[in-house]
Design a protein around this ligand. Structure first.
Ligand code: ADP
Ligand code: MG
Length: 395
């Protein structure tokens, strides 16, 4: 239908103006929501447990002024001491309990050609787990879908600026990574956020002029070079990758000491794992000199007790036995709900469903993360053996 006097330019301009207002309202709302959520509080027993001391020791140290006076929260008629993960970090430092930290930085990626297998969820939970243990973590979101970025309350296009993802460090200057690192509500976790425009980074990298190529170095090693500028600030760098093996994922593989591949025990995911290994094998032989990966582990995720799943798990065990982590992550509504609310299981104060379901989920997640961390310690130890005198900057 033709409408006389229809002015597309005016209409689009009005729509754009309304859209900008909508975004700004949305931002205010999201920021308020994010601030309100903060990190969960817990009691002195859990605090002592995380630090590895008795609760009496914490009370004594608070009493003699080594530690600041605790916050308290009223429970019934009692004032109970409460702590959060950031205060734990501070307490560890004040009690000098952070000496078991590694002397180098281990880099780890979660990778799979498939989406929906738990890459982002496990990258997030491993990082939270490591930070709870007192380690300093840099997360790098390499997925243009930016699920990890939103899990930290950042909204691409709203509070991630045009040049604040990893793109410029790969296409213009590796040192630009310093500008893209954002602090999160976890004092010990920083984040390089992602946004949709990262889609073009693969293409941009391939377009680089010859002189730029010389300056920036070989295509697959750009991310590793960028990370080298900041690695001395962190114990662990955890990278989340898109469900594809393009230039971004290849750079992540070339930057990694360890590849973690979450896999769900269903037919299509098993089939795609075969393709994944075939492509990785090709990439690894093409770029043999660019790789430093020491470990490839498969993590079975979203398992359940259906007969078909069990059969597939047995087959996976047979095929990939020595690569498979012993612990696996079952399908659980607690994780689904938590990630739906942009949180991790470690950030939940009150379980959404039955407490027992929550405890089961967190036990399984802890077991998975503890096993991954054992492998990460092997990487740290190997680095120490190779360069025992390596010292961190700024310490
Ligand atoms: N063990 C699990 N139990 C229940 N839901 C899960 C589990 N692992 C992942 N999910 C859910 O599956 C969806 C995809 O997970 P995600 O970690 O984003 O996968 P990927 O990064 O591989 O695409 C998310 O909604 C997440 O909550
Ligand atoms: Mg993801």
């Amino acid at each position: 239908m033709l409408v006389s006097g229809f002015d597309l330019a005016q209409l689009a301009e009005n729509a754009a103006q309304r859209g900008r207002q909508l975004l700004s309202d949305l931002q205010t709302y999201l920021e308020r929501d994010y601030e309100r959520r903060g990190l969960p509080d817990f009691g002195i027993e859990k605090a002592a447990d995380l630090i590895g001391c008795t609760s009496q020791h914490l009370r004594d140290k608070e009493g003699d002024g080594t530690l600041p006076p605790p916050r308290t929260a009223r429970v019934g008629s009692l004032d109970r001491r409460v702590y959060n993960y950031n205060e734990m970090s501070q307490i560890r430092r004040l009690l000098k309990r952070d000496t078991s930290r590694p002397t180098s930085c281990a880099r780890l990626i979660f990778s799979n050609l498939k989406g929906g297998v738990g890459k982002t969820s496990h990258a997030l939970h491993l990082s939270h787990y490591a930070a709870r243990e007192g380690l300093r973590v840099l997360m790098v979101d390499l997925d243009p879908q930016a699920t990890l970025t939103t899990a930290f309350g950042l909204v691409p296009g709203l509070n991630v600026g045009a040049d604040e993802d990893i793109g410029p460090s790969l296409t213009a200057d590796p040192e630009l990574i310093r500008r893209s690192i954002k602090r999160t509500r976890w004092d010990d976790i920083d984040l390089v956020p992602a946004q949709l425009s990262l889609q073009y980074t693969d293409w941009q990298m391939l377009q680089a002029r010859d002189d730029d190529r010389q300056r920036l170095g070989p295509l697959p090693q750009r991310l590793r070079r960028a990370l080298e500028h900041v690695a001395d600030r962190y114990d662990l760098i955890v990278m989340d990758t898109p469900p594809a093996l393009g230039m971004l994922s290849l750079n992540a593989i070339a930057a990694a000491d360890m590849i973690l591949m979450p896999i769900t025990p269903n037919f299509y995911d098993i089939a795609s794992s075969v393709q994944y290994f075939a492509i990785v094998s090709q990439l690894a032989s093409t770029y043999a000199n660019a790789l430093r990966v020491r470990q490839l582990s498969l993590l079975m995720t979203r398992t359940d007790s259906a007969p078909e799943t069990r059969t597939n798990m047995t087959l996976l065990n047979k095929a990939y036995g020595e690569f498979l982590l012993t612990n696996r992550m079952p399908q659980t509504r607690e994780l689904q709900r938590a990630t739906g609310d942009q949180m991790s299981l470690y950030e939940i104060e009150v379980p959404r469903g039955a407490r027992e379901t929550y405890l089961k989920a967190i036990d399984a997640m802890n077991a998975v993360n503890a096993e991954i961390m054992q492998h990460v310690w092997q990487v740290w130890r190997a680095a120490e053996l190779n360069s025992p005198t390596e010292a961190r900057h700024g310490e």
